[in-house]
Design a protein around this ligand. Structure first.
Ligand code: SAM
Length: 232
């Protein structure tokens, strides 16, 4: 097992080595990698299994933000094939792959930016998101989490599985790397780019609490899974 010190040394080296690699637009990034996406993500297999396990029993209707090809849904539907899912994702090709894998499930694909999507009020037993929100700054996530909280039913949950920074230094280094690359990039400011800018667990929990979720549980595995519950 790598120590935090070794991890941070590796991260700094990676930031240095990739300094001149151009940023890619988000949906294009995933379209280009669609062929080996699922194999690449198999590293998180245990986290996907855990993620499905913590979904509270009795959830009938769930909203998945950044569902991609649905690796978390593969596990969730294995447990309960009747669950109705609305999956929001920017990348049409990822959504098409998901729909092709699961033609018999109750699935609605929404090809849209989840910051723009209107999830309605008190609609969902659970909102979920796996490995998507670490691409965004806290200012954006703050509003999104509020919107998610309004959209889940009283007593419902938001389950967030994501890449979490191991310390403030990691959060700051990646954020600085992000801005440096954005400044050099030819891509317009409002275009989403694929670059990881995870928050620390404390910062992520703070945003969720501010939005109205009580933090019920945190599972610290390959991906950190945070379960926030909306009050009744
Ligand atoms: C690493 S993939 C994770 C997909 C899936 N949840 C999984 O774990 O396999 C991140 C996904 O988030 C989507 N995404 C990123 N930003 C988004 C946004 N603003 N709105 C909707 N989807 C977004 C990407 O298109 C991509 O499919």
């Amino acid at each position: 097992m790598q120590s935090q010190e070794e991890y941070m040394r590796g991260l700094k080296q990676w930031l240095h080595d990739t300094e001149d690699v151009p940023l890619e637009e988000m949906a294009e990034f995933f379209t280009r990698r669609l062929g080996d996406y699922e194999e690449h993500m198999s590293f998180w297999a245990e986290s996907y299994r855990l993620f499905a396990e913590v979904l509270p029993p009795g959830c009938r209707k769930i909203l998945d933000l950044g569902c991609g090809t649905g690796l978390e849904l593969d596990q969730i539907w294995q447990k309960d094939p009747e669950i109705e899912v609305t999956g929001v994702d920017l990348c049409r090709d990822m959504l098409d792959k998901l729909s092709d894998k699961h033609p018999d499930r109750h699935f609605t694909a929404v090809c849209q930016d989840y910051f723009q999507y209107d999830p309605g009020r008190e609609q969902w037993d659970a909102a979920i998101s796996f490995e998507s929100l670490h691409h965004f700054l806290p200012e954006r996530k703050r509003e999104l989490y509020r919107k998610i909280c309004r959209s889940v039913k009283a007593g419902g949950v938001f389950i967030l599985g994501d890449y979490i920074a191991c310390c403030e230094e990691e959060e700051q280094l990646l954020r600085a790397g992000y801005w440096k690359r954005r400044e050099r990039s030819a891509l317009p400011e409002d275009v989403f780019v694929h670059f990881d800018i995870p928050l620390t667990l404390e910062h992520e929990k703070e945003l969720l609490r501010e939005a109205g979720f009580a933090i019920e549980h945190v599972l610290d595995g390959d991906a950190v899974i945070i379960i926030g519950r909306k009050g009744k």
